[in-house]
Write a protein that binds this ligand. Structure first.
Ligand code: BG6
Length: 515
């Protein structure tokens, strides 16, 4: 007879949810703490964790940046950041005052040896005063140009190893390189000072609840996996559309573009979660082993094939939901004849037994009509038409849509008889997070900061993953710079992207989903 216990004990998700663990006391040092990320995302996330009693006692933050602030000024700035950005509304004064006790500021340049000596002293002092036990997280929240200097200085001051048997970890924000070569170089610099298990490359999409649910959906339910391959699936569409333009980030964005800013990281991560094989365990290496195999199996797009597999666009002026949007080239920080793409659509093939011949279409753009992220798996249609008086094309294919944001949930589209008529119409079976659970999902950064403090790298990107992803993206950029026609604004803000992206799908006899 089958032993249920042994089945359970081999369930790879058994250890997966990690509910309610609290990390050991530690200090988080945020480099670039005067920047937007700290007050908009990092500290609101830490505050929410404190509110839910998920932070360890003695938890401390050191903000390291150039501005000549003192502790009080820094705390005030963070308090307004939390007020403006916390999902829990405004700050609770009592909670804030105990949380803020652990926050201090250290003024210094990233290349100033003395500042690191002071940092070292401050860390030792916190270990003694707040019991942080030599445990540290360094967070690189600076522009990427400073990463290499900070890593070097941390190494030179012996800060990559903890005293007193504690642990040291480093979180690296995006962008992680701008092509394969620079990503490799950054990995080499990091790994000359830290060991891979100490390095946490962040991709905030992996911290989103709906993204984590992809693995639960696939591997904790028996009914979908037998359909999850080239026999049943016609194609997959992954969309991350944004209704905002580049806003005040023109300077950064113009050097990046949609392919680097969104596809290389967020969409490639979604693709690998949807396409991966079941991991042998739910732990950091087993999951990342499978994700990296997907990336390695992607058929490369060579520079001379780029126009065949990739469409790029740039928005001109227009309006989104009645709000006027300036054309990309007129945004602050953007070059007047900029060749930077604000929209990309591409087709990838994964050359594996599971996926051979199934196209994966990815698209992402700014200044589109709505903010929507979803993964849609479209199944093959029925082979013959049983219902003779209805034309075959009256039946729409089944689509399973994983809605990442907003309206988080999963829907399955099926054909159904219209009551009282000889007609088939598509209907959806819906699961919505909001109705099923009735609680707000935590912000991505809450989960990711906590996981790093717990030493769990599952939702962070490993060295080989990031390099495998750049190996796909870099030749596309090479194709654009060497051969392609020049880019000029080819879609109006508030439209669904360039007409060429629709033609690109029509050539394959398919259409983009209407979102
Ligand atoms: C960031 C990009 O990584 O992700 C931004 O740099 C983009 O350009 C953002 O707007 C989108 O994230 P989210 O969580 O709002 O979908």
């Amino acid at each position: 007879m089958r032993n249920e216990n042994s089945v359970l004990s081999h369930n790879p998700l058994r250890h997966g949810l990690r509910i309610g663990r609290t990390p050991e006391p530690c200090t988080m040092v945020i480099f670039g703490a005067s920047g937007d990320l700290t007050s908009r995302k990092l500290v609101p996330a830490l505050y929410n964790l404190a509110r839910e009693r998920r932070l360890p006692g003695g938890f401390s933050v050191i903000g390291f940046a150039r501005r000549p602030w003192d502790d009080a000024q820094f705390r005030d700035l963070l308090r307004s950041g939390v007020n403006a950005n916390s999902r829990n509304g405004s700050v609770d004064p009592a909670l804030w005052s105990s949380f803020a006790e652990g926050i201090s500021y250290l003024q210094g340049s990233f290349d100033e040896a003395q500042a690191y000596a002071k940092l070292s002293e401050r860390l030792a002092e916190l270990d003694a005063r707040r019991g942080t036990g030599g445990n540290r997280v360094f967070y690189l929240a600076t522009p990427p140009e400073s990463y290499s200097e900070i890593i070097h200085q941390l190494g030179a001051h012996g800060l990559s190893r903890s005293p007193n048997g504690g642990w040291t970890r480093i979180i690296v924000e995006k962008p992680f390189g701008r092509d394969l070569m620079s990503a490799r170089e950054l990995n080499n610099q990091l790994l000359a000072v830290f060991d891979e298990p100490q390095v946490y490359r962040i991709d905030h999409y992996l911290g989103k609840e709906t993204v984590q649910n992809i693995l639960i959906f696939r591997f904790a339910n028996g009914i979908f996996e037998p359909l999850w391959d080239r026999r049943a699936v016609d194609h997959v569409q992954i969309t991350v559309s944004e209704s905002i333009g580049v806003e005040d980030r023109g300077g950064y964005y113009d050097r990046s573009g949609a392919l680097r800013d969104m596809i290389q990281n967020h969409l490639m991560q979604l693709l690998s979660l949807v396409a991966m094989e079941p991991p042998v365990a739910y732990d950091a290496d087993a999951v990342r082993d499978e994700k990296v195999k997907v990336l390695r199996a992607i058929r490369p797009i060579y520079p001379n094939e780029v126009d065949h597999y990739v469409i790029r666009g740039q928005y001109g002026s227009g309006s989104v939901s009645g709000r006027p949007i300036t054309g990309y080239r007129d945004e602050r920080g953007v070059a007047s004849g900029s060749q930077t793409e604000t929209y990309v659509a591409l087709k990838l093939f994964i050359e594996s037994w599971r996926w051979a011949g199934v196209p994966f279409y990815l698209r992402s753009g700014k200044a589109l009509p709505r903010r929507v992220s979803e993964i849609a798996v479209q199944f093959k249609t029925v082979p013959t038409m049983l219902f003779a008086d209805m034309p075959l094309n009256a039946i729409e294919p089944n689509v399973l849509a994983i809605k990442i944001q907003p309206d988080e949930g999963i829907t399955l589209k099926v054909g159904s008889k219209v009551p009282g008529q000889q007609q088939i119409r598509p209907v959806t079976m819906d699961f919505r997070y909001g109705t099923s659970f009735g609680v707000a999902s935590p912000e991505a950064y809450e989960r990711l900061l906590l996981d790093c403090m717990l030493g769990d790298g599952t939702l962070f990107t490993r060295r080989d993953e990031v390099e495998a992803s750049w190996s796909i993206i870099t030749p596309i950029h090479q194709g654009w710079t060497s051969g392609s026609a020049l880019l000029s604004p080819n879609y109006e803000a508030g439209s669904w992207g360039p007409a060429a992206a629709d033609e690109f799908m029509l050539r394959d006899g398919r259409t983009w989903r209407r979102l």
